[in-house]
Design a protein around this ligand. Structure first.
Ligand code: ADP
Length: 366
């Protein structure tokens, strides 16, 4: 995996710096001291549930909303006091926001026209943009004559035409059907790499975040919980929220395991107070009659398969852990396991089978 540039140490200069932004709506504080940086040519995805403050963050950067505190710098220049139009930021809205009575070309030229660009230059740039987004020959069509994906491309072309210093994507793909969404995401990623324009996406869709973000910032109730490369946030989540928000995660109290003679307790593990986190794909299941391989895996416990769900290239299993005798009255602990087809062929399991449960890796969380 290619190492990602560390932006906080300034190894690449920042295009956008958001520092300590807070926002109140009446008595509700919807953004709490939000800070992040986007490097030149880099994309950052803000991922969060509905109501977490994503749109508010985007609108503040775009200049459509005022923050109550904090600073925003674009290429080293303070922009908080500038009006939206003066910020040189392109916004691609969820509903495309194309002008229905304007042709594709007129839509693309709109930003240039209001900025007083000469007609010939407008035409030249529109042609260039149409080529870039693969819609050459469609310049005289109206938005209603285009598919959702094509309309979204026109919206991108319109934002790109006046050569913005930053692009903001407001849940831009959620209205498209899944197949088209995937295709368009790949196109946009390629386009952004090619043009080297920094971009900020907001979404609640984790696949989208993984695919589009050089960095992912996880927003929870107005606070950024963690920022990092997709690999960092997935493999080293700093909170239970991040772990369970991004992908499936098992979180198990270590006390449940302390009677297990096989658990290879690391010195750093406080066996009384720890909770461990592991991903479903890090679990190795084997029928109890088989020897469990020792390192690199760690035997967690013994258990019983509750059910097995076929999922095409993989399968999902729910497995209930056997509880130590003195804990029989506590609620059952069920973990989620995913196995590749290859793994499931090696040891076929069905509901009711007793299994040894080992982990390739796990993480201790506070
Ligand atoms: P998201 O985009 O993550 O769904 P928003 O930024 O739209 O979240 O909203 C964050 C919070 O701010 C929500 O609780 C929402 O109800 C509130 N909010 C957003 N816009 C306004 C507004 N104009 N007036 C009052 N409250 C608002």
């Amino acid at each position: 995996m290619k190492p990602k540039m560390n932006l906080t140490t300034g190894t690449r200069s920042a295009a956008l710096k958001v520092r300590g932004v807070s926002k109140w709506y009446g008595a509700e504080r919807v953004l709490v001291d939000v800070s992040f940086t986007i490097g030149e040519g880099e994309s950052l995805v803000i991922l969060g549930n509905s109501g977490s403050g994503k749109t508010t963050t985007l609108r503040i950067i775009a200049g459509l909303e005022r923050p109550d505190a904090g600073e925003i710098l674009l290429n080293g220049r303070h922009i908080e006091h500038l009006r939206a139009r003066e910020r040189n930021i392109g916004v691609i809205f969820q509903n495309y926001a194309l002008f229905p009575r304007m042709t594709v070309e007129e839509n693309i030229c709109f930003g240039l026209r209001i900025r007083g660009v000469r007609r010939a230059e407008q035409k030249r740039r529109a042609c260039e943009m149409l080529q870039l987004i693969g819609l050459t020959g469609q310049s005289d069509k109206y938005p209603s004559q285009l598919s959702g994906g094509q309309q979204q491309r026109v919206a991108i072309a319109r934002a790109l035409a006046y050569q913005p210093a930053l692009l903001l994507f407001d849940e831009s793909f959620s209205a498209l059907d899944p197949q088209m969404r995937g295709g368009l995401r790949r196109e946009i990623r390629t386009l952004l790499r090619q043009l080297r324009i920094p971009a900020l996406f907001i979404t609640h869709d984790q696949d989208e975040a993984m695919e589009l973000g050089d960095q992912i910032a996880i927003l929870n109730r107005g606070q950024l919980e963690q920022i990092g490369s997709p690999e960092q946030v997935y493999h080293h989540p700093q909170s239970e929220f991040v772990a369970s928000f991004l992908g499936a995660a098992n979180i198990v109290d270590l006390q449940l395991l302390d009677r297990s003679p096989h658990l290879q307790s690391d010195d750093s593990i406080d066996s009384q107070a720890g909770r461990i986190l592991f991903r479903p794909e890090e679990v190795i299941l084997s029928a109890v009659t088989q020897e469990v391989q020792s390192p690199p895996s760690t035997l967690l416990a013994r258990g019983r398969v509750v059910d097995v769900v076929f999922a095409g290239a993989s399968e999902w299993l729910n497995v209930q852990l056997d509880q130590p005798a003195r804990r029989r009255s506590s609620p059952p602990v069920i973990i989620r396991v995913s196995r590749t087809r290859w793994e499931s062929r090696q040891a076929k399991l069905t509901a009711g089978d007793p299994v040894d449960i080992a982990l390739r890796t796990f993480q201790i969380i506070k």
